[in-house]
Design a protein around this ligand. Structure first.
Ligand code: CTP
Length: 409
């Protein structure tokens, strides 16, 4: 049997990037031989094995044919006769379809190296269309390698467009989609992921709520970039520049969905978009079964981001409501993430990227003031149950009034 390094490990070595996962392909072997050599099978009828020591994936060279709609609708053909070239041709991109032996000799029948040099994400063959998840993968690679100058080849974009129009994307499971989306959002230029999806028509299918933001104007005074979609991309870009966690990036992407629902006659104003957007945020959260922390933060940021921006003008009672809704007493980290998302929203505007955001420290100070209210003295005064809750609130309100007064002097 011959063993080759394939896929991302070869691509990233040639790009001079760190290699984390190594995938191997085995040519000329049977499953029985693999088992006899101590490899552990990954699934019952999937020709992939784990190395007994390294735990890395070793796949028998295989051909694939699509036999039905969606994922799972595949038939595999793995046998010792399948050649390396046959295995590589079923892969997604030419830059992912190179193999290397233990002497670093490259097998590159589909010119991956040429495309690496040309900075092109190009599909290998029409077999690309057999897995619609590849539309998201290409957009993710575009986000990852944008800084290196990579773009999607026009013919690949065309194929992605056909796939998006065919209804195939709807067959993707929430889990597979979320894995791609969450990885893409954590790339250096997550806005490119959304741009590429939009360009090939996939955004309209996957997240019509985000797609609808393009072409929707906002008031120039607060939003020199005017377009809500452009603004959303800038907010996402800021979130990556500031190394924000996934929760914040997800909230950034969804924070203004309500603006897509504003009747045209009300443009460029978007009264109550924080409220109207909540239903849409919930729908998108659920569509991809986003993790709970992402879901929660997106909803809170959607509902309260304008409160964040107006923090210094808020009445103490409104400030208290905000802090209560954010449960700053028990969820300090989420509160920080909320502040970060608001700050990214404020900076994700044309020409305002470097502005300061005094609201952040003001909100932190307010939370400290509200948290400083001690419960013990109230218990000692005999407050219990709902009355105790009311008494704590009253004391917090007092503390916030004092805080606001002090801050304004
Ligand atoms: N592959 C594919 N189509 C898919 C998934 C994977 O063709 N839908 C192939 C590609 O050749 C890819 C390899 O399987 O390079 C390994 O896939 P994976 O580990 O998911 O991705 P990597 O290319 O290694 O990239 P990453 O750095 O994102 O892990």
């Amino acid at each position: 049997m011959q063993i080759y390094k394939v896929g991302g490990a070869v691509r990233d070595r040639l790009l001079g990037k760190p290699v984390t996962d190594i995938d191997w392909v085995v040519v000329g072997a049977t499953a029985e031989e693999m088992l006899a050599n101590g490899f552990r099978p990954v699934g019952a009828d999937f020709p992939v094995f784990l190395h007994p020591k390294s735990g890395e994936e070793y796949a028998l060279a295989r051909t694939e044919r699509k036999s039905g709609r969606g994922y799972g609708g595949f038939t595999f053909h793995a046998s010792p006769e399948v050649t390396l070239e046959e295995d590589l041709i079923r892969r997604d991109l030419t830059i992912n379809a190179m193999a290397e032996d233990d002497q670093q000799n490259l097998t590159d029948p589909y010119h991956g190296q040429r495309d690496l040099e040309a900075r092109l994400l190009r599909h290998v063959s029409p077999a690309f269309a057999e897995d619609p998840l590849r539309v998201l993968r290409v957009a993710r690679f575009a986000a990852r390698y944008a800084a290196l100058g990579f773009t999607v080849a026009p013919e690949t974009l065309g194929l992605m467009r056909e796939l998006s129009e065919s209804g195939e994307l709807e067959a993707l499971t929430a889990e597979r989609s979320w894995k791609e989306i969450s990885r893409a959002l954590m790339e250096d230029q997550p806005q490119v992921f959304i741009e590429v999806l939009r360009e090939c028509g996939a955004l309209k299918v996957l997240m019509p709520e985000v797609d609808a933001l393009f072409g929707v104007p906002q008031p120039k005074a607060h939003h020199p970039e005017i377009d809500t979609g452009v603004h959303t991309l800038s907010v996402l870009e800021q979130s990556a520049l500031h190394k924000q966690p996934l929760t914040v990036r997800w909230a950034c992407l969804l924070h203004d969905l309500g603006k897509g629902l504003t009747p045209e006659e009300e443009w460029p104003r978007h009264i109550a978009h924080e409220h109207t957007g909540l239903k849409l945020i919930k729908t998108v959260n659920e569509r991809f079964k986003a993790p709970k922390d992402c879901q929660e933060l997106a909803l809170l940021v959607g509902q309260y981001h304008t409160h964040g921006h107006r923090a210094l003008e808020l009445k103490p009672s409104t400030l208290l409501e905000l802090l209560q809704s954010l449960d700053v007493y028990r969820r300090p980290q989420r509160f920080e993430e909320f502040i970060s998302a608001c700050e990214m929203d404020a900076r994700g505007r044309k020409g305002l990227e470097l502005r300061s955001y005094p609201q952040a420290d003001y909100l932190r100070g307010a939370a400290t003031a509200a948290r400083s209210v001690a419960v013990q003295p109230l218990l000692e005064k005999g407050f219990k149950g709902p009355e105790l809750g009311e008494a704590i609130k009253r004391e917090r309100l007092k503390a916030l009034k004092a805080y606001k007064e002090e801050a304004s002097t």
